[in-house]
Design a protein around this ligand. Sequence first.
Ligand code: NAD
Length: 261
Amino acid sequence: MDTSLAGRRALVCGASQGIGRAAAMALAAEGAAITGLARSEDDLRGLCAELPRAGAAAHDYLVADLSDPVSAERLVRGHAAGAPIHILVNNAGGPPPGLVTSASAEAFRAAFETLLLSSHALVQAVLPGMREAGWGRIINIISTSVREPIAGLGVSNTIRAATAGWAKTLSKEVGPDGITVNNILPGSTRTRRLETIIAGRAKAADTTMEAVEQVMMQEIPLRRFARPEELGAAVAFLASPAASYITGVSLPVDGGRLASI
Ligand code: NAD
């Protein structure tokens, strides 16, 4: 069975769980061959066994830590030399919560390395293959905080905005090569990341996680958190031929939570 991404290879970062895993599943369902990237080989092996196989797609993985962009780039460049990457999904864990007033310089540096410099390094590693193909999709999983900073996520808010600026600049430089660059801005999505944030808020307010969830859901017009699959579907759409004229945008997938238009 060939589908719309048959013959394309996608490198999906942070593919072992959460939104990254859902993105890998959705892209594979559309026929893409997946290279999953994460730190745990066991998790990646498990992912490869579960990924749908449409047509001739053969899935594989790379064990890498995105907090070390130089090593990650070397690894991906070597891999891409043998199997060019057409779709890159930049995604990694969010920085720990905290007020911006108490954030250390080291916390900013670490987040900048893992979230921005690693994305940049991987783009540089896969660009030659995309340019040769005259086709590419770069999709960055960022956050709604690009538009409206989220209270208590000081470092994240700062680095996310920088990443959005980088991505928009990139979209203008690589558009002439047939490569699109877009961001997905997840709202609250049921993953381990969200659980950690809810647990932190419950502890700070001396209340239950259920009580925190209820308050959070009241701020979402659809009155529920997203399922990771709903984010995966948005990634697959931006990678698909249907999104061929969309570049340089940030797409909120947030149940309508953002207040701004
Ligand atoms: P998650 O923490 O559940 O998963 C993150 C994935 O990245 C995991 O597979 C993890 O192993 C991998 N990862 C983390 N650090 C890594 C590193 N240094 N090297 C390689 N892999 C690494 O997160 P998620 O909920 O799936 O969110 C994905 C992204 O979207 C994060 O940046 C998160 O902050 C952002 N986001 C999530 C939500 C939400 O509600 N879940 C909302 C807004 C933004």
